[in-house]
Design a protein. Structure first.
Lengths: 52, 257, 218
């Protein structure tokens, strides 16, 4: 499946691995924070509309 | 609050509200298209392009290294533009977009640095070489760090937006200056043809022409990275807008007791 | 303007004003280098120009946070902002005071420290010239960083993070002049670049520093 990368297989695979990991981490953390902030905003807005 | 002040307050939220509404509509498109481009581009490049005559299979690293490096620079340029818009027009969304984009730029720079260093290891025999391009990216990384650190350090969000915008402006000038300084600094060493043959392969060096085989998957990856950047900026700016709104609501709550 | 300059100079020379700290730091760093890289004079000769430049740069950095912080704390910065003197002049005077009390002493001390590091003979004059040209830029750039972080407690570390990348071009060209001078090579290009950077920063950066101070004083 993986093409014959020859003597550079470690190099190429680690480069791909590191990059894809970083990208996934970026997306995942962005979404996690986004969800948390969105939930908190809705909570605060609800609280304000009840008391407002 | 007077009528005028109420209208102003409304206007403040109108722009962010519109942004959020637009964002909701376009985000799915950008997420999906970026994922498709990235997956197709990377698979195409990784599995279906041949090894380079001189560099062997490491040439496949260009599909990540080049787009990341391009985005690292373009991200800073976008931050520069949005900082200027903030300073001139005071659109909060603009300032928040700059703030949202910075961590994306940091990750892009890290990917560029990591892939550059990993690629360099078999080529140059060391894990790190002070090649002008890599060094410039290292400096860019430091500029990004400073920018994010300043945002985090300032309490008042308008002051933070102002200060970071000025920093981005001044930083841009010095980053450009550094690029020339670093090129000057490292020209003394014989670099020859060993430096970053990514440029040669992709045709950004004028000496060698691009080979179609590598070009199209690379283009697809670049497009994928750009789309991902846009998606992330929309999403993250939305998060910043909401965070700012929370802060404003809590402040109002404290005042009204 | 002169009054402001004299006031800042007096404050720096007073006990507790911190004068001499930069110089002491410069000395200490220079002394520590042979301990870290070994005492072979050939090695020290090679790295002396760069190390001395680095030491001077870091010593400059040290005294930056007190540049504006003291005036900020006791409210004199607010007064200065409302004074008839334009804020751009104020920051330039501040930078000048910093250079006179920190940069210039470093320039004068450098040859003596060069002896400690076996700096080659032709290198002495070039070291002094490059530092003389480069330290004003570092004062001006440092003032910009100080203005950005003036209101912050523990702004010192952030100040370093912001200012050091801005120092890179000056360091590259300045150290290059010192290195080339020490080995007898031609120094024209880096010297011109160094002078250009200093001239441009001294002329233009005060505007950014003043803008930043206005933002922080709001």
């Amino acid at each position: 499946m993986i093409p014959d990368l020859g003597k550079y297989s470690d190099t190429v695979l680690s480069a791909y691995g590191a990059s894809i990991l970083l990208l996934i981490a970026l997306v995942v953390f962005s979404i996690l924070r986004g969800r948390k902030v969105r939930a908190e905003m809705e909570k605060v807005e609800q609280r304000m509309s009840r008391h407002g | 609050m007077s009528i005028a002040a109420k209208a102003n307050a409304l206007w403040e939220y109108a722009n962010p509200r519109k942004f959020l509404a637009t964002s909701e509509r376009v985000l799915p498109f950008f997420w999906v298209t970026s994922a498709v481009c990235l997956v197709v581009g990377l698979i195409w490049g990784f599995f279906f392009t041949p090894d380079d005559y001189k560099q062997g299979s490491t040439v496949k690293i260009i599909y990540l290294h080049v787009p990341a490096a391009l985005m690292a620079i373009n991200c800073w340029l976008m931050m520069l533009a949005t900082s200027l818009v903030w300073l001139v027009r005071r659109h909060h969304v603009s300032a928040l977009a700059a703030r949202a984009a910075a961590p994306i730029g940091i990750v892009m720079t890290l990917i560029a640095l990591a892939t550059g260093a990993i690629w360099g290891q078999p080529m140059w025999g060391t894990w790190w070489a002070w090649d002008p391009r890599l060094t410039s990216f290292l400096i860019l990384f430091l500029f990004y760090l400073g920018y994010v650190a300043l945002w985090e350090a300032i309490e008042d969000s308008d002051t933070a937006a102002d200060l970071t915008s000025v920093l981005c402006l001044v930083g841009s000038v010095f980053a450009l200056l550094s690029r020339y300084a670093v090129n000057f600094w490292n020209q003394g060493l014989h670099q020859g043809a060993s430096v970053m043959r990514a440029a040669a392969v992709t045709g950004t060096d004028t000496e060698e022409k691009v080979s179609n085989i590598y070009f199209y998957p690379l283009l697809l990856c670049i497009v994928g990275f750009v789309l991902l950047f846009i998606a992330l900026v929309f999403y993250r700016t939305g998060t910043e807008i909401r965070a700012r709104r929370i802060k404003a609501l809590l402040a109002r709550e404290r005042v009204s007791g | 303007m002169i009054a402001l300059l004299l006031r800042d100079l007096k404050l720096a020379f007073r006990a507790g004003g911190g004068f001499g700290l930069g110089l002491a730091f410069f000395l200490i760093v220079t002394v520590l280098v042979p301990f870290s890289v070994g005492p072979q004079s050939s090695l020290l000769s090679t790295i002396a120009p760069g190390v001395l430049w680095l030491g001077a740069l870091l010593a400059c950095l040290l005294s930056l946070d007190r540049l504006l912080a003291l005036d900020w704390e006791d409210g004199s910065l607010d007064l200065l902002a409302t004074a008839p003197l334009p804020l751009e002049s104020v920051v330039t005077i501040k930078a000048l005071a910093h250079w006179l009390t920190t940069g210039l002493p470093l320039v004068l001390a450098a040859p003596f420290l060069g002896v400690l590091l076996n700096l080659p003979t032709p290198g002495f004059s070039w070291l002094v010239i490059s530092l003389l040209l480069g330290t004003p830029a570092m004062s001006v750039i440092g003032t910009f960083g100080a203005a950005l972080t003036v209101g912050l407690k523990r702004g010192g570390l952030l100040l370093s993070l912001l200012v050091l990348p801005l120092y890179v071009p000056t360091l590259i060209f300045g150290a290059e002049v010192a290195r080339r001078g020490a080995t007898g090579m031609e120094t024209q290009t880096p010297l011109l670049m160094l002078a250009g950077i200093t001239a441009a920063t001294v002329a233009l950066l005060p505007f950014a520093s003043a803008a930043v101070l206005r933002i922080n004083l709001r």
